[in-house]
Design a protein around this ligand. Sequence first.
Ligand code: SF4
Ligand code: SF4
Length: 378
Amino acid sequence: MTSASFLPRDRLQALFDRLREQGYRCVGPRVRDGTVIYDDLTDAANLPVGIGARQAPGSYRLTHEGHSRCFAWANGPQALKPLLFAPRESLWRAVRHDDGRMRFEPTAQQSRQLAVVGVRACDLAALTLQDAHFAADIADAGYASRRGGLLLIGVDCTHPADTCFCASTGDGPGIGSGADIALSELESGFLVRPNSAAGALLCDALPLRDASDDELYTAAAELESARSKQHRRLPGRNLRDALFANLDHPRWNDVAGRCLSCGNCVAVCPTCFCSTEREEAAFDGSESTRVRLWDSCFSAEHSYLHGRLLRPDTRTRYRQWLTHKLGGWHDQYGRSGCVGCGRCITWCPVGIDISAEAAAICGETVEPGEARGTREGS
Ligand code: SF4
Ligand code: SF4
């Protein structure tokens, strides 16, 4: 059993006070519009105390559980993605000056330190993938600037949703080394484990005591229980060959008959990174701004090339999404693009389940010992 410190529940406010003193803007889970999302947070009292989340394909409802826990819900619709890869971002401006010349100006980048409290393991895994794309692959300056100022405080996920399957992808539900501080929530408080120099600096300023063996045991048992509650899984961690061998499978037509091509799954997915760019010109012609917006492989224009749509129908768009997410990512980034957060299942208006579609197309290809869950109904 690893060692950890313990922060009593009635001292949790100290975490937010120290973050503020160390110059962080703090963001964490709050109830907004019937969901739990990341929003600005100054006090422990802002957290979703006693809140749970009941999720199923195409369904999300908050519940009031009457307990004192703050992190007893599974992820809402928003991941870390919009904090780093903004849904809309100005990239640069072209400005006409008085001498008649046009000059290009970069957009000022945010540099303020941002602490995110309550991050889940699946979203930390997704962040690693976003780093591989935005920081390493395309060297996006805005992303790098925001990423550099980020302090991550993760919390083990002990209340998975019906749609979660992070145990089978190997990305959760426990916090690994991706967070600066890992928390495990118990009834009376929090186990605290720093994982970085910045995390250790913050922990040094908190009113911590050594955790007892009983507290360590309870946290490990709650995590194992959460793991065992997950009953969905993908049919294998590497479906690349199975998917590309089945590009004409009849299931693509079947799912196309249900899919609305709305793109909700892409918007909520913590790893999807497709974008489009456009010019927004001032009415008087004095300047023009280059803007980047989230896009989706479900939008018709996304596949427009040389006067035609490469993916003219929902069948080819859904196939593009799934084969890239679960297949092509292995070539690009060395692993699947799915971290098992289940958001695309919960927030699909018609309840399409990526794990069921993948199983129908690929068959059961799970390697021994790979997945911890079992399929629904099996
Ligand atoms: S594909 Fe679905 S389950 Fe996988 S990471 Fe994206 S939203 Fe989560
Ligand atoms: S799978 Fe669901 S969420 Fe995704 S585009 Fe189709 S209907 Fe929309």
